[in-house]
Design a protein around this ligand. Sequence first.
Ligand code: AHM
Ligand code: MG
Length: 336
Amino acid sequence: MKTPEIKRNNFKQYLKSTQIQGLELPIGLQELLLAIGHTCSKLSHEVSQGALIGLLGSAGTGNVQGEVQQKLDVIANDLLIDGVKNCSELAGLASEEMELPLPVKGIGDYLLLFDPLDGSSNIDVNVSIGTIFSILKKQESKKPLQTSDFLQSGRNQVAAGYVVYGPQTTMALTLGGGVVMFTLDKVSGEFLLIKDAVEISHSTKEFSINMSNMRQWAEPVRRYVEECLAGIGGARNKDFNMRWIASMVADVHRVLSRGGVFMYPWDQRDPEKPGKLRLMYEANPMSFLVEQAGGMSTNGKELIMDLVPRDLHERVSVMLGSKEEVTLLLGYHSED
Ligand code: AHM
Ligand code: MG
């Protein structure tokens, strides 16, 4: 069945027309966002070709986190660097795949952080994966770049988003005035606006967590999940559904699309680590999106966006999504 044709703004038109606090989006930021969009549309093509062009499997290298890199992790990282390095206001960038930041120009207004291909364990099994990005303002734009320039709280983000490579390639974006979504039209190669003012419902019946870690969780998380599992006969008085894609991008996309709560909490497998996910290029951008869509995001004690990072690759416990659930989780942690 053919649906009637709708005239949709493309990404460029959206960025040109949008205003933040009554001001046009700075040209340098528009340029950077368009470069990210353009690169992700190329990456979407590579991802969809997979084995046909020999892109599956391990790269035989490790990253700074001690994780095995997949070929596509490395390709995505290189593509992103190449795609943004000539942006006029980009001072530097940092990536999950690189130990140190790359001073692109060293000076300029913006800093880019990204996870080039999140959900690496899903690449070879043809399950959704994605790119996550966060843009910060460089505080002193004319001074040469230092790693410490990146260590700003998530509240300082001027833009954040992700691109999920699934049945459709969809981008979610916030510039601090709500959340919008675009889907890649693979014929024209353009991202077209599909949703404005995305909102996460305050209540939900869906939770998302890797249940195989249950015995390792802290008490408040165990209590929360046990109550969800108890369903209508338990303390929550309703039945819950569970989903776990193991790609944060795809799991958060579901939360933004139909509500829910996503958790990757601290656990005692490696008690010194605050969590698995990284604060600066995974948790912060996702928290910005979630808050802008009316949801909440916490590490159990504080809102993630309020945390002041000490390290580029710092890890954090994450619980985000529908307000009622995250509020409950915060309450359970405060009793602990
Ligand atoms: P990655 O950045 O190396 O892909 O790791 C992050 C991913 C998240 O996308 C996802 O939520 C989590 O790891 C899944 O972890 P697990 O395999 O422990 O369930
Ligand atoms: Mg990741």
